[in-house]
Write a protein that binds this ligand. Structure first.
Ligand code: FMN
Length: 182
């Protein structure tokens, strides 16, 4: 039985990525290009942080909100979640090493990394493309992740720094295509 009107041609393409296999799903979803942010704060007197490519800016414009999803297995998020404010730094194209350091399970995530701390304890990575000072608005369980929505209290941009792009587990820079205005 066809579900389409005759005016719409029927595609023979099958959506056959196995969705029951988390590794396949992760690999396939990695085709979607994203930026990468560092989420950092002072908790119990020390800097705590992790990175997230699931970040999305503009979850809301009024009031401004951003969001990301965090793995249920994360050991850092339960600590970071306790912070009064969380600094979100949109990493620049020159910060792929900093990104891997901030995600590392074995290295000191902040050794040699220049940061700025706000009065409320949000930690911002120096040299990033954009920064948000946030607190957690909601945290909704979603499968093996939780979707975290954060209120933006203030933000800043460095026009001179191009954002880091993450695609298929590799880092890239931005390149505008000819006539690329949307
Ligand atoms: C490029 C990149 C993107 C990542 N994106 C996410 C993400 O969106 N959500 C998440 O929970 N972890 C993400 N991670 C993993 C975390 O940054 C961190 O490594 C992980 O939470 C393990 O550390 P933890 O146990 O200290 O939390 C990403 C790691 C890398 C390198």
């Amino acid at each position: 039985m066809t579900l389409l009107s005759p005016a719409i041609s029927e595609s023979t393409r099958v959506l056959d990525v196995p969705t029951h296999d988390p590794d396949h799903v992760r690999g396939a979803m990695g085709r979607f290009p994203t930026g990468v942010v560092a989420l950092c704060a002072i908790v119990d007197g020390r800097r705590v942080g992790m990175v997230a490519s699931s970040f999305s800016a503009g979850a809301s414009y009024s009031p401004p909100m951003v969001m990301f999803s965090v793995q249920e297995s994360s050991t850092t998020w339960p600590v970071l979640h306790r912070a009064e404010r969380i600094g979100v730094s949109v990493l620049g194209s020159h910060q792929s090493d900093a990104c891997m350091q901030l995600a590392s399970r074995s290295r000191d995530r902040f050794e040699g990394l220049a940061t700025t701390v706000t009065a409320e304890g949000a930690v911002l990575v120096d040299g990033a493309a954009m920064w948000f000072d946030c607190d957690v608005y909601s945290c909704v369980p979603a499968g093996d992740h939780s979707v975290v929505v954060m209120r933006v209290h203030s933000m800043n941009i460095d026009d001179e720094v191009a954002p880091l792009i993450y695609h298929e587990r590799r880092f890239h820079g931005l390149r505008e295509i000819d006539g690329g205005r949307a």
